[in-house]
Design a protein around this ligand. Structure first.
Ligand SMILES: C[S@@+](CC[C@H](N)C(=O)[O-])C[C@H]1O[C@@H](n2cnc3c(N)ncnc32)[C@H](O)[C@@H]1O
Length: 231
């Protein structure tokens, strides 16, 4: 398997389901606890959707948080162990499907909003999903994406799109075989939405309360009126 590929991302998340569930339960990721969890919940609520698709939902914390606000949420993830944990914990429904499955039309419903919280990690899988996303949305539907802020996440490497090796730095000891990820500049993210049936409605930069740098970026894109609805 190519170590820098969409296939490797899925393989790695499959191997790390158990430590990931523990990390979320124990709030091991400080930036999530202090900043980004609240930011994504507020971003979704600001769009006032009735129905939401939580894509790459992991063990389901965001689906549960949005359900608690009265929204009707469906969670989808490619890793069966994460979906089983989400089902066990409540909220949902939760389904095992990949972004490739969604792009292939295997989920036939439509929703008012799609949310992806740190779950758009790959190259072709993400491009295919964004291309298909408008067909999963009702008119004026929103596509809400939180991802590491490119200016910060770039580190010392050149600021240009490309595959990066993964790392579990900052996590507990049980993680193994980190997933690679595909780095996109801020301009590339925006281009991805604008070339796939979306307007960009808002761009938020949640600030970490301690170091006062952006902890992430949140894109709120709106389905264009002229977006095709045929699958
Ligand atoms: C960093 S976790 C985020 C989980 C969750 N959104 C959260 O906020 O805790 C990334 C998630 O994306 C999922 N994922 C990655 N590639 C995927 C794909 N091609 N199809 C479906 N899910 C995918 C992984 O299984 C994992 O649960």
């Amino acid at each position: 398997m190519d170590p820098l590929s969409d296939e490797k991302i899925v393989d790695s998340w499959g191997k790390n389901a158990a430590p990931w569930i523990a990390a979320i339960r124990e709030e091991q990721v400080e930036s999530r606890k202090l900043c980004t969890n609240q930011a994504i919940v507020e971003a979704v609520l600001s769009c006032a959707p009735r129905t939401v698709l939580d894509l790459g939902c992991g063990e389901g914390w965001l689906s549960r948080a949005l359900t608690a606000h009265g929204l009707q949420v469906t969670g989808i993830d490619v890793v069966p162990a994460l979906v089983e944990e989400a089902q066990r914990t409540g909220g949902g429904p939760f389904l095992v499907l990949s972004y490739e499955d969604l792009a292939d039309g295997k989920w036939e419903d439509t929703v008012d909003a799609i949310v992806c919280n740190f779950s758009l990690l790959g190259k072709e899988s993400v491009e295919g999903l964004v291309q298909a996303a408008s067909k999963l949305l009702n008119p004026q539907g929103r596509f809400i994406v939180q991802t590491p802020h490119p200016v910060w996440a770039c580190g010392d490497l050149p600021y240009r799109d490309g595959w990066r090796k993964g790392s579990w730095a900052g996590f507990g000891g049980d993680f193994t075989d980190p997933a690679p990820w595909y780095f996109r500049t801020l301009a590339s993210w925006i281009h991805l939405f604008l070339t796939n049936d979306f307007h960009l409605r808002d761009l938020r930069e949640p600030i970490h309360p301690e170091h006062e740098k952006p902890a992430s970026v949140i894109f709120i894109a709106e389905r264009r009126e002229d977006a095709s609805q045929s699958l």
